[in-house]
Every structure is written in C-alpha cells, then in structure tokens.
Design a protein around this ligand. Structure first.
Ligand SMILES: CC(C)(COP(=O)(O)OP(=O)(O)OC[C@H]1O[C@@H](n2cnc3c(N)ncnc32)[C@H](O)[C@@H]1OP(=O)(O)O)[C@@H](O)C(=O)NCCC(=O)NCCS
Length: 356
C-alpha cells in the first residue's frame, strides 16, 4: 500500500487487495455491488481516515476525462454524525487535490433515498446538477407503503476553480464567463435544448452532416430522451464542447446493441464553423479514446463524405483507416456523393502504434 499523508488525519492510498488495508466490507458500504468495486478499486485514487488504527472512512475518485473525475465510492463505517463528518472532510480533500491536477468538475451520483449521502455531498460543496427519473426503478423491488421509493438518480457536481485561471469562479455555471476557453465534457440532461439547437444550426451551415436544413424534426424532448438513453448505456458516450455557456460541438459514440457488436461504437461528430480549426475535434477524439480504453471498446467506426477533406484528415490523423467506399450513397444538392467507411482498431491506439 502506497501511502502519502495529505493533511492531518487524511491519508491518500492506492488500493491493494492483498494488504486488506482498505477493507472490502467498508467499500461495500459505499457501493453494494462487489463486481463494480472490483472494476474501479485499483484504478481509483483513495482518500481515507483512520480511527484506532484502522480505516473507518474512504472516498474513491476516478478520472473520467481530462478535466473531470467521479466519486465512485464514499464509505463510512457508520452513517452517524462522526462518519458523515469524516466523509465531508475526505470529499473536500479529494476535490482540492484533484483540482491541483487539472480536474475542474467532480461528479457524484446518489439515489433519491440516500439522504445521508446527499447531505454529505452537499456539505462538501456539491450541487445537484440533474435528476434522472426512474433510473433505478427496475433494480429494486417495489417499495413498501411508507418507504421512500428507490427510483431516481441524482447527479451532483462540484465545480472547482482552475489553478491557471484566476477569472474562473467555482460554483457558477460551467464556463459561464464570456470569452472563456471551450471545455469538453460529458453531455448532461440539461444540455438537450442547446444541443438540438446546435445540431439544427450545423444542418444549416454545412452539407457535411446527414440532414438537410430544416429536415431534422427532433424536439428538445426527443433530444432529452436520447441523452437519457445514452447516459444509461454502458457502451455509449456523448461529449459536448461548451463555450460561453452554449454547446458548440459534440461527439456521439453509439455502442453496438447486440452481443456480437457491443465492443464497437459508431461515431458522429460536428462542430460549429465558428469553432472549427481550434483543435476541438482532436480533443473530442482524445476523450473518446480514454473512455473507450476504460470500457474495453475495441473498435470505432464512422462514415464521411468523400469531399470532406477536413474531417477525413482529422480521422486519419487520430488513427482511422479507410475500409470501403459507398459509391453515390448520398444525393447532395442533386449530385451523387461517395461515402467513405472508416474504422479504427482502438487496441492500436492504446499501444501507441498508430500508423499515420
Ligand atoms: C470535421 C471537424 C469535426 C474537425 O474538427 P476541428 O475541430 O475543426 O478539427 P481540429 O482543429 O481538431 O483539427 C484536427 C485535424 O483536422 C484536420 N483539419 C482541420 N482543419 C482542416 C482544414 N481546414 N483542412 C484540412 N484539414 C483540416 C487536420 O488534420 C488537423 O490536424 P492538425 O491540427 O494537426 O493540422 C469539424 O470541422 C466539423 O465538425 N465540421 C463540420 C461538420 C463535419 O464536417 N462533421 C463531420 C461529418 S463526418
């Protein structure tokens, strides 16, 4: 067990199943699903507090993107005043240290019935960012009369000040200040309106996307549902680029639906013209590849119109290969246009052996 004294009473630890210093019984108090603990225990960073020589409270955080981390476990031996107080201290210590390493947004999830956890997170500075109704509805037996139904998932976030950005004000809406640098982050339910408006604008300003101007009929509500189903899917991801409080780009990676293709994702990407050529496309792919490595996604695929050299060069440069040509697959302004089918073996990205 590597140990490093962070501040008095709080220790930073790496998980080591052999030593048992971070007891599984304790971690199960923060997450009842043993298999899930196994998937993140060694990858997560752990902050702990001891009493009488043994660890009695622990908080585990996992980096999920360059500027984002998630609290994957917050466990206390007892959910009493002392246990809650220890968790508040641990969450604050974790947020502080993660911030120093570039994390701007720390996420935590809680069930609507987990009132102690909700209290602890809010005392540590988290705010409720979104509610996903009925997220847990099928996981738990129906509640008995008088019980709080175990149904909804609450997403909490703690926005931290960026060390290099004195203008940044934690606690405010993400990247709220005018002229702030665009950030790449995971989509949230609250983005539905801005996202669908941006997709419609893209349809108007480029012929490179699938839809003609005005053809996309989806409403805010449809977009909300799509985000909700993506957030629930373990092999799908949507990233957005936010600038000055508006969505200006997105990358959608939709995972295969059946067992034989659930290791693959199909990619759609679009960035408003005003924000192209600034490296955002490349950043979106970097975030996607980090996520895919953690989810054991092995292949990404997409199609691109043959004349779209800007997109084609981006895809080639991040590791996609041309796999086929669909002749005249689209009719654009009355002319047949070829579509390139491209694929990327994500294992070669992980091994850093991309042949450009
Ligand atoms: C295609 C798109 C996703 C690229 O994203 P971007 O943020 O503009 O690209 P980046 O700034 O990250 O550039 C990455 C690479 O793309 C290529 N590229 C970018 N702009 C280019 C241009 N004007 N001409 C040729 N290649 C270009 C280069 O290879 C560049 O690598 P470099 O920075 O090492 O030179 C974006 O421009 C876009 O969404 N365009 C409109 C909609 C669209 O075409 N979507 C794709 C449909 S398949």
């Amino acid at each position: 067990m590597e140990r490093d004294q962070v501040s008095s009473g709080i220790e930073k630890m790496a998980y080591d199943a052999e030593s048992g210093e971070l007891p599984e019984e304790l971690l199960k108090r923060g997450d009842p699903l043993e298999w899930r603990i196994e998937t993140y225990a060694s990858e997560a960073e752990w902050w702990t507090i001891r009493s009488e020589g043994r660890v009695t409270a622990a908080v585990g955080c996992l980096r999920i993107a360059a500027e984002e981390a998630e609290v994957v476990n917050a466990a206390a031996e007892a959910w009493d005043e002392a246990g809650g107080g220890r968790l508040v201290l641990l969450l604050q210590a974790a947020a502080e240290e993660l911030q120093r390493t570039g994390v701007r947004r720390l996420l935590a999830y809680a069930g609507n019935w987990e009132t102690e956890l909700l209290t602890v997170c809010q005392r540590a500075g988290f705010r409720i960012a979104a509610i996903e109704p009925d997220y847990y509805a099928s996981c738990w037996p129906k509640s008995r009369a008088g019980e709080v139904p175990r149904a909804d998932r609450l997403m909490l976030e703690l926005l931290t000040e960026h060390p290099d950005d004195p203008e940044d004000n934690s606690g405010k809406a993400p990247s709220g200040a005018a002229g702030s640098l665009p950030i790449v982050r995971r989509v949230e339910l609250r983005d539905s309106r801005s996202l669908i408006a941006m997709k419609k604008q893209l349809d108007r300003e480029t012929t490179s996307m699938l839809y003609e101007p005005g053809e996309r009929r989806s409403t805010d509500g449809d977009q909300f549902e799509q985000i909700r189903s993506l957030l629930r899917s373990s092999n799908s991801l949507m990233l957005v680029v936010e600038a000055d409080g508006e969505i200006v780009g997105y990358l959608e990676a939709t995972g295969g639906k059946v067992r034989r293709n659930q290791h693959t994702v199909y990619i759609v990407i679009g960035i408003l013209e005003s924000h192209t050529g600034q490296g955002l496309g490349r950043r979106l792919f970097e975030e996607l590849f980090d996520w895919a490595a953690r989810r054991h996604i092995l292949r990404a695929e997409l199609t691109v119109q043959a004349p779209n050299q800007r997109a084609y060069r981006l895809y080639r440069s991040v590791g996609f290969r041309l796999e086929g040509i669909m002749r005249g697959a689209l009719m654009i302004e009355g002319e047949p246009v070829d579509l390139y089918q491209m694929g990327c073996d994500l294992r070669t990205i992980r091994q850093g052996r991309v042949d450009k």
